[in-house]
Write a protein that binds this ligand. Sequence first.
Ligand code: SF4
Length: 189
Amino acid sequence: MNTWEELKAACMDCRKCGLCETRTNLVFGTGNEKAEVLFIGEGPGENEDLQGEPFVGRGGQLLDKFLDAVDLDRKKNIYIANMVKCRPPKNRDPLPEEQDACIGWLREQVRLMHPKIIVCLGRISAQKLIDEDFKVTKQHGEFFEKKGVIMMGTFHPAALLRNPRQKPEAFEDFLKLQEKIKEVCSNTY
Ligand code: SF4
């Protein structure tokens, strides 16, 4: 697939894993597909499944606050996607086989986007994309480079709602991200 539209159209019909049976909407992603910064979460929750957009519940509102504080906006200068594009029932973690079935779509998104920075929101994406032993509480806010792309893991917004004491640490990560964007990106700010 050579264009974003072709990729999205193909993905929207996907039945590669069992999560297609229970989804209301497939959540392809949202934002500017020409952005230099890509955020990757875990999978759609109930609100996301109903609306077809990632991070739209309370976690999404918190994410938008952090983004706004560092001049990032899902409608303008970033893109947000998930490890799996259909909701795991009862918000359980996506199974390894579901992640393996779905990751090809994400790889294609990355291939077409060429992001300079990828931010993993939470353990699931950080362990899949940065390091299988990634510990969010210890390694959040650190930058790694893989295949020419700068990567960082930070807390998942839903985890911050469960544990608000970690919000200041998460905010520090966004400030570090802002500095890194100024350093390596030319079209984000
Ligand atoms: S989760 Fe991914 S692989 Fe599974 S059906 Fe949805 S889009 Fe396809």
